[in-house]
Design a protein around this ligand. Structure first.
Ligand code: NAI
Ligand code: MG
Length: 354
């Protein structure tokens, strides 16, 4: 019997709503395969927890999380708590302390999804975003608050090791998954220190993989190429900020935030990795039971794939595809009239028919 111990962090807003459906899927998988089991433990660390305890997680939060094989995260964000608190006191410590330096985001057009692009391109690539350093750093500060001469400095941190690790991961991923090309998002024409280092190191790593094509595109042009020829990409590597923006764009091309999953990976498996939808807590639709749970459920598939159960991951993805093709249970973001639970139940039913 193989068991995966999963910490469940539902978070705020639609987070708990979509998580509930992911849990149904996980229970179904455990029941379907007698040699496999998910053990889950829910941890209530969210904005309510902050309002009661004055912190997003207990002092020993990270120590407790470290004992799990993986973390399944919903989404965090609540108007009563500043976004910088929810992000920097919960998500960022997990990503950084657990050295989840890879943010892995598939941009894949599933059957049954229509893209806002006029042409029906076959879109299937992954964006590998640097997740532990880069532009998202708390290095910097402000001087002369409120005065006309006020100054803000926000430092970007790029390290040779950090760039090397993400580049190697990207090329190894390409090699293992028969991907032919790696595209690097850069802006070294304007950001001449950090992005120059990015260019140099990505290129060095590329030279060790002569069978995989390597190209460097300026981020502004690359954003346009995503729209003009999305079928031409295989693996895209990007810094933290560039990857964040590119993946929302990528998600929009293949069905929107409601279906887009992501994985924060510690490839060495020294620490748990964290799997979560790209979307946030969506306060505009929270409590209405119309949030699309597919992004959360697809995140479970990414979790399974990372833990060497690609067979189960494929079954989950195929079940999602079936529900999308049938169009009987879809939430409004995909043009349906279904509820969050309708979609979750339909995916569970498709799973049970496997
Ligand atoms: P958001 O992703 O929550 O929402 C953007 C738009 O997409 C909204 O119109 C929302 O209704 C829609 N949407 C998102 N997920 C959906 C789903 N599953 N089904 C259907 N529609 C969906 O981003 P926004 O509005 O910028 O941020 C809201 C809050 O979420 C903020 O507090 C923000 O800080 C937080 N946030 C948290 C993230 C995380 O937990 N990793 C990531 C992004 C934002
Ligand atoms: Mg984002």
């Amino acid at each position: 019997m193989s068991t995966l111990n999963i910490a469940i962090l539902p978070g705020d807003g639609i987070g708990p709503e979509v998580m509930q459906e992911a849990l149904k899927v996980m229970e179904t998988l455990s029941a379907l395969d007698s040699s496999f089991q998910f053990n889950t433990e829910e941890l209530p660390w969210n904005s309510d927890y902050f309002l009661t305890h004055g912190q997003m997680m207990p002092d020993d939060g990270l120590d407790r999380l470290k004992k799990f094989d993986a973390i399944l995260f919903g989404a965090i964000g609540d108007s009563r708590v500043p976004d910088e608190t929810t992000i920097w006191e919960l998500i960022m410590p997990i990503r950084k302390q657990f050295q989840q330096y890879i943010n892995f985001r598939p941009i894949k057009k599933l059957n049954g999804i229509s893209s806002p692009l006029k042409e029906e391109y076959d879109i299937d690539f992954v964006v590998i975003r640097e997740n532990a350093e880069g532009e998202y750093s708390n290095s910097g500060g402000r001087l002369y608050a409120g005065a006309p001469q006020e100054v803000a400095i926000q430092n970007t941190i790029m390290t040779r090791q950090g760039i090397q690790k993400i580049s190697e991961f990207a090329f190894q991923y390409a090699q293992k998954n028969n991907r032919k090309k790696v595209t690097s998002a850069t802006k070294s024409n304007a950001i001449i220190h950090s992005m120059k280092l990015w260019d140099e190191v990505t290129k060095e790593v590329a030279s060790a993989f002569p069978l995989i094509r390597f190209e460097q595109n300026y981020i502004d042009a690359l954003a346009a190429y995503f729209v003009m020829r999305p079928q031409s990409f295989d693996v895209v590597i990007a810094s933290n900020l560039f990857g964040d923006i590119l993946t929302d764009l990528g998600a929009a091309l293949v069905g929107g935030l409601g279906i887009a999953p992501s994985a924060n990976l510690n490839p060495e498996k020294e620490y748990p990795s964290m799997f979560e939808p790209i979307h946030g807590s969506a306060p505009d639709i929270a409590g209405k039971n119309i949030a699309n749970p597919i992004a959360q459920i697809w995140s479970v598939a990414l979790l399974l794939e990372f833990h060497d159960r690609k067979d189960l991951a494929n079954i989950v993805l195929q079940s999602i595809q079936q529900v999308l093709i049938k169009r009987e249970a879809l939430t409004p973001d995909l043009g349906g009239k279904g509820t969050t639970a309708d979609v979750g139940n339909a995916i569970v039913q498709a799973l049970q028919e496997f």
